[in-house]
Write a protein that binds this ligand. Structure first.
Ligand code: F6P
Length: 549
């Protein structure tokens, strides 16, 4: 294992970083222009389009030259990115602050190849858990899984937040065309009571099953929603005993079995995830149980195979895998062009939650200000990820992408074929319009308007970078490939910056403060709270006045 995880050298003082800084300044000073880059290299489009698995990735519309690529690869070599990837995939404790391995890739790798954590092979446990999940879902689909009154389960409600919801919920939308019609799946995450109320609308307790997903089983929002769901179930079963209601209508997915059992969940209904699977990387684990209930074990397996395909590409080309280029490009814009954000715009209605999922895995992983050894980061880290779905986003925020004062690198994701189940007469034609819009946006961003004499209000400067990722159609495998591609991109970023991408201590303070504030909100006397900062105390006073008005 390399010593990169306890790195003491600042990447910004390495020769590759310094050379990249100089190179960026030169390009900026000479006004590098995408149109000129294409003009100078008739094969640029072909050369800068890479295939991996089913994905075609066009990165030709970036402000990079051959020198840029060489220097970025030198930076990756200097930062030990390839070694970091190898260490991660082979079970070394790369999550140094929590002293844990990071093995989401093992969830989808060949079960016959051992991966060891603390001297024991984790692959048999993964295979066994996937088999338990499949048996559970098969029983559900065959109406063999019954509620307390003997009714078949018809609805599955996932209760979980963050990584225990975003990935599976995103995939549930993305794979709408692959859903099994035996059960309807819903996702409830927010502690806002409206989230549970809307999630339960129209459901009957007798035929509803809750999947409480929480790695630590201590997340306040999840436990609050799960308790309310328990009460709803008991009431809906005719004031049934809560223990019985929970036994028949609740399953848990957790790395903390004791807490799930203490909550009342039957040990036979507890699915395991592990410390070495980060929540935001966990959709291939039992955290994807609700997703598997929706799409069935075979489609879930195909999604895992898609992820594995990219993993295999990465582990067999650790020096130059495609996610390496994408990660390096993000570093290029973030650190050498001052870009603060990345727009993610899938031209796919069913990928409309993709950017929301990506926000957590990039921003929670790499939104850090110190390096693995605790020393301050000498440069910026993760970009702000935002976006929407094309074509809707064109009528919303693309104006700023084209003519705003800020350069926002964009990722466009598009499928070459229409989803199989949207067979209206003109579906194919409309899908072509969708693809055309995607290509048009990338071109307009890159090349802008050519008439320099035109009214300045109507001029588009161009020279705005974007990547286009295209796949044949949105299948479980393609979705898995996209997920894995971005997961690896994050590891590349984190390795360059020398940070631990796998903890998230920044979210803890807010949780503690909320716990202390809620006590004062629950205090109906509204007495002036004493233990808060003046601003919070003021808000609490206003809260009591408004609530009582
Ligand atoms: O908000 C922090 C976080 O720990 C995320 O990283 C995680 O995905 C989410 O909360 C939910 O955690 P858990 O699965 O333990 O309920």
């Amino acid at each position: 294992m390399s010593d990169i995880h306890s790195a003491t050298s600042d990447i910004t003082s390495t020769p590759a970083w310094v050379a990249l800084g100089r190179h960026a300044q030169e390009l900026q000073a000479e006004g590098v222009n995408m149109a000129d880059l294409f003009e100078a290299d008739s094969d640029r489009a072909g050369r800068c389009t890479t295939a991996v698995g089913d994905l075609i990735i066009d990165w030709s519309r970036h402000l990079v030259t051959e020198t840029t690529v060489k220097l970025l690869l030198a930076l990756a070599a200097e930062a030990g990115v390839a070694q970091r990837i190898i260490d991660m995939m082979s079970g070394h404790p790369v999550n140094t602050t929590e002293k844990r391995a990071v093995l989401h890739t093992a969830l989808r790798s060949d079960p016959s190849a051992a991966v060891t954590v603390d001297g024991s092979n984790v692959m048999p446990a993964i295979a066994a858990e996937h088999q338990r999940m499949a048996a559970f879902v098969d029983a559900l689909h065959a109406s063999q899984r019954l509620g307390a009154t003997g009714q078949s389960i018809r609805a599955v409600v996932n209760i979980g937040i963050g990584g225990s919801q975003l990935g599976p919920a995103m995939a549930h939308e993305a794979l709408a065309g692959f859903r099994h019609n035996a059960v309807e799946c819903r996702f409830v995450s927010n502690v806002d009571p409206a989230s549970l109320a809307d999630g339960l609308a129209g459901l009957e307790a007798e035929s509803t099953l809750f999947v409480v997903v929480s790695k630590g089983f201590s997340t306040a929002e999840t436990l609050a929603n799960a308790r309310s769901a328990q009460a709803w179930t008991a009431a809906g079963l005719g004031d049934a005993d809560i223990t019985q209601a929970t036994r028949h209508h609740f399953v848990a997915v957790t790395a903390n079995r004791n807490k799930a059992q203490a909550f009342g969940i039957d040990p036979a209904n507890i699915f395991t995830t592990w410390d070495w699977v980060g929540g935001r990387f966990s959709m291939g684990s039992a955290a994807g149980l609700t997703l598997m209930a929706a799409i069935g074990p075979d489609n879930f397996k195909e999604m895992l195979e898609g992820m594995a395909l990219i993993d295999a590409h990465v582990s067999t080309n650790p020096q130059t895998p495609v996610p390496m280029f994408l990660g390096l490009l993000s570093v290029w814009y973030r650190n050498f062009w001052g870009c603060q954000t990345r727009a993610v715009v899938p031209y796919s209605h069913r990928l409309r939650l993709f950017g929301v999922w990506l926000q957590q895995i990039i921003m929670e992983s790499n939104g850090k200000r110190v390096r693995s050894d605790g020393s301050p980061l000498g440069c910026d880290s993760a970009e702000i990820v935002w976006g929407g779905v094309g074509t809707d986003s064109q009528h919303s925020f693309h104006q700023l992408l084209h003519q705003g004062t800020t350069v926002v690198p964009a990722d466009f994701v598009v499928m070459a074929s229409c989803d199989t189940d949207v067979g209206s007469v003109d579906a194919q034609a409309r899908h072509k319009a969708l693809v055309a819009n995607c290509f048009a946006q990338a071109a307009a961003l890159a090349f802008g308007t050519s008439d320099t004499a035109a009214d300045p209000h109507r001029q588009l400067p161009g020279n705005r970078p974007s990547t286009v990722i295209m796949a044949p159609r949105l299948t479980p495998s393609v979705l898995g490939q996209l997920v894995s591609l971005y997961e690896h991109l994050i590891v590349v970023q984190g390795a360059i910056w020398g940070i631990n991408s796998f903890d998230q201590f920044g979210v803890e303070l807010g949780k503690t403060l909320a716990d202390s504030i809620v006590d004062d909100l629950l205090d109906d006397t509204g007495t002036q709270p004493a233990e808060h900062d003046p601003s919070t105390a003021n808000l609490i006073s206003h809260y009591h006045l408004l609530r009582d008005s």
